[in-house]
Write a protein that binds this ligand. Structure first.
Ligand code: BGC
Ligand code: NOJ
Length: 812
């Protein structure tokens, strides 16, 4: 069925163009690349923060509001009696034209009404702590226009959690200063904070407001603020309550005339002894300097060009030309972009993650690395060290850490027994990309305690050992609180709705449940670890670990096979989970993915059978579900997984993150047709063509979950943007489908394609080399017959690394 469309891709500009503001859900974008970040919806909703969405929230946002997506950076234009916004919201005055272009770290929203065009370009300049909002007003009519322009931002009192709770204090602490066209927000600056924010415009203003109730009116809304509706700013000065920032500017435009205004939302930190320029008056030196860097259209355009150049460079590292636009645009643009955003934010702040609940995930960040490491390797390096620094001496991990402090946080506890393995996964990917083995010699502490430092290699070793030292009755890895599936809480046993499934544990009797997912993950990362040790000449250690890997493979073959697929787990009582013997959830995807990637029992046909079972029992129109059939009731021995209604989230949703595991399993097995058909089902560009309305969330990125076949509305997407799916989709397509795989000594070429694939070319920058690789599939799904490097034949499938430009021809 053809569905209504709300937008389309513009590949040439690397933009998604939204043409109707009333998208089925706010379709958002991210601004900022390093310290200052913003979320922005297609109607300019959202907020900004510095580094940490919980502890350093700059502007206020109300999640799950009515109407949805309420609050943002709003420009109100009063033209006679008509008040409108370029992004349609919040006034929702019907526009004569609307367009939102989400691009690479910028968004441009344009509205037209009664002969006036208002176009706003939003972005965060490189290395600067501010959001630029360049507003261009243009008179397209034949009469002179006298417009009243009001800007609007609402300050958050820094800690996004207490900002929404602690009103007995909050309503008395708010403080601002106003200086010419700049409004400063300095709540709590008088005491322990050494930071403030400001909102500036590079033009004289004819009025302002800083007190929300005065500007909006207690019984009015963002859609009809009194000051705007009456066309009269109040020049209010906030003391307590809710401070805001609004500039008022009178603009006259002759026919054809246009004017630019640069609005800046900035963030400043001062040293303790330089906080004030006079008693109670904040030191504005740094703010003035920042403003001076961006106070003209020319300076802003230059900063924007620098941002665009950064993205040109980032997206020039891996570029494919297959002739299939839908594939090319995901590989060359959107998948890589989503990887960068996910790397920056982990799972902290989206329109589904409030920014207060979660820090950076240990396992999440390690996986995100793989989607990003080719772009800015030094940042990946730093991330590995930050993550490893939160590890415990026994190899166990905090599940999360806070980006501002880089300390482990205990909100979701620890003891997720898959966590340690991911450190190997991330580190190996980093070394293969860069050839930088020196990272292994970095001295890295435990739990951030100075004096506890050991080498990063030692951290990898204890990570492997953590699995080996925590084996259960079947010699399979103990699951701990949970493995990758946070909701498979097999040692939890909770009847109390006020308990968290992730932190509650049946400690009295110990933990006995075992995970086949960790078993597969251990074999995959164990093989990587062994190869790394060999590379380093640590042959004893390689042999020791090879033995453990072999033992794990035997344990899976003996205790982890159900006849047609791999089991998922053993519960606390040693009963099978994910078995034909179970009434529900007879098969799970995670163990199929990891055990097929590990090729456990391939020689006995186990891999092929497992992959076939995924097609038979898990696959549906929108992808592969996590388990089948869904749980229809709560099982207290299993924990959160069975708390979800059928077809959602971890209970038989299509958890996009793990589909690539099976796809890689297919690729390793050489089944290119199957790999491709699974891949295309969850590839956003294919979904956008067919299911814009049903899918609901942004059509240019993957979402964490699509409702599965047992759900009420199969195909509906949720939790867009921040998901390990991004990195896994990238890893799958770049390394396993298109087959360009970084290795210690060069690039391994091993594509796995549908038999209909045409010739294609990949341009790959790799360390100091640049390869142009053309693949001739000749109808084969797998198997490289011959490779030439600069015209000369290469033995095997690895092109040896050497700096400079090279041409590679591959025949399959
Ligand atoms: C979600 C998981 C998530 C976990 C920890 C659960 O409710 O379903 O996807 O990882 O919470 O935040
Ligand atoms: C989301 C979490 O961020 C991730 O770590 C976890 O693996 C999945 N949910 C599955 O539960």
């Amino acid at each position: 069925m053809e569905q209504k469309r709300y937008g389309h891709f513009d590949d040439q500009h690397r933009e998604y163009v939204i043409t109707d503001p009333q998208t089925p859900w706010p379709w958002i974008n991210y601004l900022g690349n390093e310290d200052f970040f913003s979320l922005i919806s297609n109607t300019a909703g959202g907020y900004s923060f510095y580094k940490d969405a919980k502890f350093r929230r700059i502007t206020r946002y109300r999640y799950n509001n009515v109407p949805m997506d309420n609050g943002g950076r709003y420009f109100y234009i009063k033209d006679g009696d008509t008040v409108w916004n370029p992004g349609w919201k919040p006034c929702k005055t019907p526009l004569d034209f609307y367009e939102c272009r989400h691009g690479m770290s910028y968004t441009r929203i344009t509205g037209k009404k009664n002969g006036v065009e208002a176009s706003v370009l939003f972005f965060v300049p490189l290395k600067k702590w501010c959001e630029v909002q360049k507003l261009t007003l243009k008179n397209e009519s034949s009469e002179t226009k006298s417009l009243k322009l009001f800007s609007f931002e609402e300050w958050c009192l820094w800690n996004a959690a207490t900002d929404m709770e602690n009103f007995q204090r909050n309503f008395s602490t708010g403080e601002v200063e106003i200086e010419n066209s700049t409004i400063y927000h300095k709540t709590e600056y008088r005491e322990r904070r050494n930071h403030y924010a400001f909102y500036h415009v590079n033009a004289p203003i004819q009025g302002f407001d800083t007190d929300r109730e005065t500007f909006v009116g207690l019984y009015n809304e963002f859609a009809d603020p009194q000051a705007v509706m009456e066309g009269k700013p109040r020049n209010s000065h906030a003391h307590g309550w809710s401070p805001i920032a609004s500039h008022y500017i009178e603009v006259t435009l002759k026919p054809g005339e246009s004017k630019d205004f640069v609005f800046l939302l900035g963030y400043i930190e001062n040293e303790q002894d330089e906080k004030f320029e006079a008693p109670q008056v904040i030191n504005k030196k740094k703010a003035h300097a920042l403003i001076a860097e961006l106070d003209t259209t020319e300076k802003v355009d230059k900063a924007f060009a620098e941002l665009c150049a950064l993205w040109d460079n980032l997206l020039n590292i891996y570029k494919v030309k297959t002739g299939n636009d839908k594939l090319d645009r995901m590989v060359n643009i959107w998948n890589q972009y989503q990887c960068m955003v996910t790397f920056n934010f982990s799972r902290s702040a989206s329109f589904f993650e409030s920014g207060v609940g979660r820090g950076m995930g240990f396992r999440d960040s390690n996986q995100d690395l793989v989607g990003f490491v080719h772009q800015i390797p030094p940042r990946a390096r730093q991330r590995i060290i930050d993550i490893a620094s939160t590890q415990f001496p026994d190899g166990g991990c905090y599940h999360q850490y806070q980006p501002l402090t880089k300390r482990g946080n205990n909100d979701i506890g620890g003891g997720f027994n898959d966590d340690p393995c991911w450190l190997i996964f991330g580190t190996v990917a980093y070394i293969k990309e860069t050839g930088d083995f020196s990272i292994l010699d970095e001295m890295v502490p435990f739990d951030n305690q100075p004096g506890t430092e050991v080498t990063l290699f030692e951290h990898l070793k204890i990570s492997m050992d953590h699995v080996i030292k925590n084996l259960g009755p079947h010699m399979l890895p103990l699951i701990g609180r949970a493995d990758w599936n946070d909701c498979l809480n097999l040692n939890c046993f909770s009847w109390d709705p006020n308990e968290s499934f992730q932190t509650t544990e049946n400690v009295s009797e110990g933990t006995k449940a075992e995970s086949l997912m960790i078993a597969g993950l251990f074999v995959v990362t164990g093989k990587d670890y062994v190869a790394l040790c060999q590379k380093l000449g640590k042959n004893d250690e390689a042999a020791r670990m090879q033995k453990a890997v072999d033992a794990m493979i035997e344990a899976v073959k003996k205790h982890g096979w159900d006849g047609e697929w791999y089991l998922r787990a053993y519960d606390f009582y040693g009963r099978k989970i994910g078995s034909n013997e179970n009434d529900e959830a007879k098969i799970f995807i995670e163990s199929q993915g990891w055990c097929t990637m590990a090729e456990i029992g391939a020689e006995d046909g186990m891999v092929a059978k497992s992959l076939d079972s995924c097609k038979k029992y898990l696959e549906c129109e929108h992808g592969m579900v996590l388990n089948n059939p869904a749980f229809s009731k709560y099982i207290y021995e299993y924990g959160e997984i069975s708390s979800y209604p059928e077809g959602y989230k971890e209970n038989a949703g299509i958890f996009c993150h793990n589909n690539p595991w099976v796809i890689i399993g297919e690729c390793i097995a050489g089944r290119g047709n199957d790999a491709w058909s699974h891949y295309a089902k969850i590839l956003p560009s294919y979904v956008e063509e067919k299911y814009q309305t049903l899918h609901k969330v942004e059509p240019y990125v993957n979402c964490q979950m699509v409702a599965g076949k047992d759900a009420f509305r199969p195909g509906e997407g949720k939790n867009s943007w921040l998901t390990g799916t991004a990195a896994w989709m990238w890893y799958t397509v770049s390394e396993f489908i298109l087959g360009i795989k970084p290795d210690y000594d060069g690039i391994r070429i091993d594509p796995c394609l549908p038999e209909t694939a045409n010739d294609y070319t990949v341009q790959r920058k790799f360390r100091d080399a640049e390869y142009e690789i053309t693949i001739h599939p000749n109808g084969a799904q797998k198997g490289v017959k011959s490779i030439t490097l600069d015209g000369k034949p290469v033995d095997g499938t690895v092109i040896p690394y050497s700096a400079g430009k090279h041409t590679v021809e591959v025949t399959m």
